[in-house]
Design a binder for this molecule. Sequence first.
Ligand SMILES: C[S@@+](CC[C@H](N)C(=O)[O-])C[C@H]1O[C@@H](n2cnc3c(N)ncnc32)[C@H](O)[C@@H]1O
Length: 264
Amino acid sequence: MGDTCSTDASPPDTDASNVPTVPNLNELMQQLKLSDNRIQQIADSMRQALKTDDLDLVKKCLDEVVSLKLYKNMWEETLICSRRPKVNKQFGYCQLDYSSVKSLVDRLQKSGCKKILSLGSGLGFTEALVEAVSKEVGHPIKVVCTDPQTSHFSKEEYLHTFVNEVHVLDHEAALKKYSDVDALFMLWPGYCEPWSVAAVRTARQLGIKTVVYSGEWCGGCTGSDEMHEELEKYWEELEVISYPQWYGMHDRFVVYDLKADGDE
Ligand SMILES: C[S@@+](CC[C@H](N)C(=O)[O-])C[C@H]1O[C@@H](n2cnc3c(N)ncnc32)[C@H](O)[C@@H]1O
């Protein structure tokens, strides 16, 4: 067999017709107009999908919203999704508006967080928005999503994640595998489920400096009393970031930093 490396190198292409041209103003205007139309199309599809409760289509539209960075244009629709009883579960329990995600990203940036581990992430919608907005502001944050996927959603539903991957891990396995993270997300951990306190304790032992919790205060419908006690004792509340709430709910993001003597 002969040498597979080609020695038939051609000179650089100097043909003027191959030199890329700079689009003129009209073309640029055309492109902008096209993207306006595309946004409109996606918004129309989303409204239609919401009307008919076509969850797959809603998901497809939201995927485009996230990947095309249309979340600012489409936040109203995103909020509608997160409020719809049949579809809200897919998109996570937090009803996020743009400014709350932006405030959270700003806070994480100030705390120097680049890699975050989300426990019990569900399908990772909030996490996808955090990644998208953080990229947009030039401070990309990676959120590793994990969930044991043993309950809460059907096998079918778990196929429709918003981030590239939700690793099938419970809190213990996730913290073991991703112990190098800067922060932990615990968004709406189940009421009275024992894993939430175990996770916060392990995070403290591992020296993870920041925990972002979303849910209600102690005595509310998220987390356990032991988890709230642990947070109060060893973690300092840095910032509370509010977002639109379900009727009768008092959930919000709370960003905690490990107290200086918290790792004793
Ligand atoms: C109320 S849902 C919240 C889902 C999502 N974070 C949100 O904000 O919508 C609680 C999640 O905790 C997960 N979960 C249950 N046991 C867990 C464990 N031992 N470790 C980590 N996550 C767990 C469930 O699978 C479920 O996705």
